[in-house]
Design a protein around this ligand. Structure first.
Ligand SMILES: Cc1cc2nc3c(=O)[nH]c(=O)nc-3n(C[C@H](O)[C@H](O)[C@H](O)COP(=O)(O)OP(=O)(O)OC[C@H]3O[C@@H](n4cnc5c(N)ncnc54)[C@H](O)[C@@H]3O)c2cc1C
Length: 412
């Protein structure tokens, strides 16, 4: 079995496959190693199985503004291969897209497998040697020969260049178990410890399980820390068996995690943000008058899903058997308060195993983003989730994989 290559790519996720395909296209002899039987296992579960490939922000600076402090590092990478080039790359390979809310691009088949298979086909087309079930245990750089020695369960491979694409630590069952960070540390890189980001939240109310499955397409969420309002978000809210999730929650989860270290956190939800308080009061009074002989529990569904209506009555301490004509002014005020500031005390972030990405990774100033080469070890390239890049949900993580993978592939 061949053991000497120009390039060894460790990790067959989206960033590793991109890097391998691009360097193969340039005529390099490339081997792609992954410990799984299937390449791109995590890619296959992205976007709820539909894969949010990227975000429709073709202007590089606009795209980079989403990455906050990390954006400035990514400029030269995205100028070479940004959103526009990514969309074109997939279209040239027969994948077309649909755009959903907030610019999210999905394959028009709405199947992550379409994306996974397209990238794998490219790897195969470029004659990359693929070794599945190949568990890497160590990467050594020989400073005399300037070669990399990669130890696996099947022996030792050597190459002039090595791409580390082993991902972060979220969803470890997909293969991303974080050992790449140990090798990179041993090679002299600084690895910032993981800090969960983009995770669902656990709500400290036993009734939350009764709301599982409810989606509220448009709410306003105010985040309170020890009764002080910290931030406000607008968007979709989904209830799960243990708490809340959905894109808006995932995006605010990191700051909630930080606030929980300081004290208690409560989300106050304006369930009806498109109706102002005065208008809502009048509408509610009319509803009660119109339905005067009905029970209050049977009419709140005019405003919110029925299961949520029951919880609102419980929280407002209004007997749900009360007939509408008997609802007192005080009851009305308490119910209206629930509509405008439904309180969700947060117990904790759901475990890292449920994180969409885990932040943390190699410190960015140790990488030359024009090439993705390490500034510490010549010939070592780092791509994808091993980099400490903070990003929101919405296709921004995979775009890092496409961009850094291609740029590394152009330079190995
Ligand atoms: C549930 C979920 C949904 C997501 N949805 C989206 C989305 O819709 N849009 C988006 O932009 N992002 C999404 N993400 C984030 C996105 O999946 C990641 O950013 C992306 O997969 C990172 O790619 P990567 O190539 O860096 O690493 P990974 O995809 O993590 O791949 C790393 C690979 O390295 C291999 N590996 C690790 N260690 C070793 C070793 N020792 N030896 C050999 N191989 C090894 C693993 O087996 C794995 O195949 C989602 C993440 C999750 C968990």
């Amino acid at each position: 079995m061949k053991t000497k290559f120009d390039v060894i790519v460790v990790g067959g996720g989206p960033s590793g496959m991109m890097a391998a395909a691009k360097s193969g296209e340039r005529g390099r002899s490339v081997v792609l190693l992954d410990k799984n039987k299937k390449l791109g296992k995590k890619l296959g579960i992205t976007g709820g199985g539909r894969c949010n490939v990227t975000n429709n922000k073709p202007v590089v600076r606009e795209m980079l503004s989403q990455y906050k402090g990390s954006g400035k590092y990514l400029f030269s990478t995205f100028m070479q291969h940004g959103v526009k080039e990514t969309i074109a790359w997939f279209r040239e390979r027969g994948v077309d897209f649909v755009e959903e809310n907030e610019g999210r691009f999905f394959p028009n088949t709405l199947k992550a497998e379409t994306i996974r298979a397209a990238v794998q086909r490219e790897v195969e087309k470029q004659k990359v040697t693929i070794r599945r079930n190949e568990m890497v245990s160590e990467i050594i750089f020989d400073s005399k020969t300037k070669k990399f020695l990669v130890k696996t369960n099947n022996g030792v491979l050597s190459a002039d260049s090595c791409v580390v694409a082993t991902g972060g630590t979220s969803h470890p069952e997909t293969g991303s178990t974080g050992e790449g960070f140990n090798w990179l540390n041993n090679l002299g890189h600084t690895v910032i410890p993981g800090n969960m980001s983009l995770v669902p939240l656990v709500v400290a109310k036993p009734w939350v399980s009764k709301l599982a499955g409810i989606t509220l397409p448009e709410v306003k969420i105010s985040v309170y820390s020890d009764d002080r309002k910290k931030s406000v978000y607008a968007g979709k809210l989904l209830f799960s068996h243990v708490g809340v999730t959905g894109p808006t929650i995932l995006n605010l989860s990191k700051s909630v995690g930080e606030l929980l270290e300081e004290g208690s956190v409560t989300l106050k939800i304006d369930l009806l943000p498109l109706v102002d308080a005065g208008e809502l009061k009048a509408k509610f009074r009319n509803l009660l008058a119109y339905s005067s002989n009905k029970k209050i529990k049977n009419v709140l569904s005019e405003f919110v899903p029925a299961a949520l209506g029951s919880i609102i009555l419980e929280e407002a301490q209004v007997d749900d058997e009360t007939e509408c004509h008997s609802v007192s002014k005080e009851d009305r005020v308490r119910i209206l308060t629930q509509f405008k500031a439904f309180s969700l005390p947060i117990e904790k972030l759901l475990g890292e195993d449920k994180a969409v990405v885990s932040s943390g990774g190699v410190q960015l100033d140790e990488i030359n983003f024009r090439t993705m080469e390490s500034r510490m070890i010549p010939g070592l390239f780092l791509v994808g989730d091993v980099l400490n890049i903070d990003r929101p949900s919405g296709g921004y993580s995979l775009q890092i994989c496409w961009s850094t993978g291609i740029v590394a592939g152009m330079n190995v």
